[in-house]
Design a protein around this ligand. Structure first.
Ligand code: ADP
Ligand code: MG
Length: 238
């Protein structure tokens, strides 16, 4: 069963094509990583999956359902951004409960979902705090918690760790791997960091100038890169 399928997807801004005929599939429950240098089109690709950007042509499917013309809120995806965008005046609990309140979830359901997310993310002791009272890593966990409570089919992460210091990045990377094992949802993670890609991915997609250069298991790309660009990016002497 596919989790996310892109078929012949193109995206132009004005006369400039930034995604050039991308087709790819990420299996349900897999951890897919888009990796490539700044400006290669990673965020644009992710935003088209989320529905925040329309495709110029081509289709997006989630678990086999064509969502190309479906509103973001109806796609069953949740996106976690690099800037946490938490509400500063709301507690951790209220930040995580926000989308459930919008969806008019019951008080019981809201409590259950937030408690469960807090447990997974080890935020139980911080639910009453405001974002300003949290560390960078805790804030990032709250941002992830806001996605978890929505129980999306697909989690989309756009360089979520790039604002954190090196040590915390390593720690959060391990937590994301654990989270993926624990909840088993399809996840797509965008990064320009090869180490993150190699350690997190079930499947890596190496992007350059809006074109997928190669995709496969991390060790496949490492051992058998198709070209110098992939070799240079994944770090194997070609
Ligand atoms: P990445 O996330 O890999 O750094 P992006 O997807 O953000 O790359 O951008 C890919 C290309 O598309 C870049 O050249 C960027 O300047 C351009 N681009 C992205 N969004 C827009 C937009 N809204 N309008 C015009 N150009 C854009
Ligand atoms: Mg980007």
């Amino acid at each position: 069963m596919p989790g996310v399928t892109l078929t012949n997807v193109r995206k132009s801004f004005g006369s400039i094509e930034v995604i050039n005929n991308v087709s790819l599939e990420i299996g349900k429950g897999e951890f897919g990583v888009f990796v490539g240098p700044s400006g290669c089109g990673k965020s644009t690709l992710l935003r088209m999956i989320a529905g925040l950007e329309e495709t110029t042509s081509g289709t997006v499917a989630i678990e086999g359902r064509d969502v190309t013309r479906v509103e973001p809120a109806q796609r069953g995806v949740a996106m976690v951004f690099q800037s946490y965008a938490l509400y500063p005046h709301l507690s951790v609990f209220e930040n995580m409960a926000f989308s459930l309140r919008l969806a008019r979830a019951s008080r019981e359901k809201t409590q259950t979902m937030v408690d469960e997310a807090a447990r997974v993310l080890q935020l139980q002791d911080h639910l009453h705090k405001k974002p300003a009272q949290l560390s960078g890593g805790q804030r990032q966990r709250v941002a992830i918690g806001r996605a978890i409570v929505r129980q999306p089919k697909v989690f989309l992460f756009d360089e979520p760790l790039s604002n954190l210091d090196a040590e915390l990045r390593v720690q959060m990377r391990l937590e994301l791997a654990r989270l993926h094992k624990q909840i088993g949802a399809t996840m797509i993670y965008v990064t320009h960091d090869q180490v993150e890609a190699m350690t997190l991915a079930d499947k890596i997609f190496v992007l350059r100038d809006g074109v997928i250069q190669q995709s496969g298991r991390p060790m496949e790309l490492y051992d058998d890169p198709d070209n110098r660009f992939v070799a240079g990016f994944i770090g194997s002497p070609a």
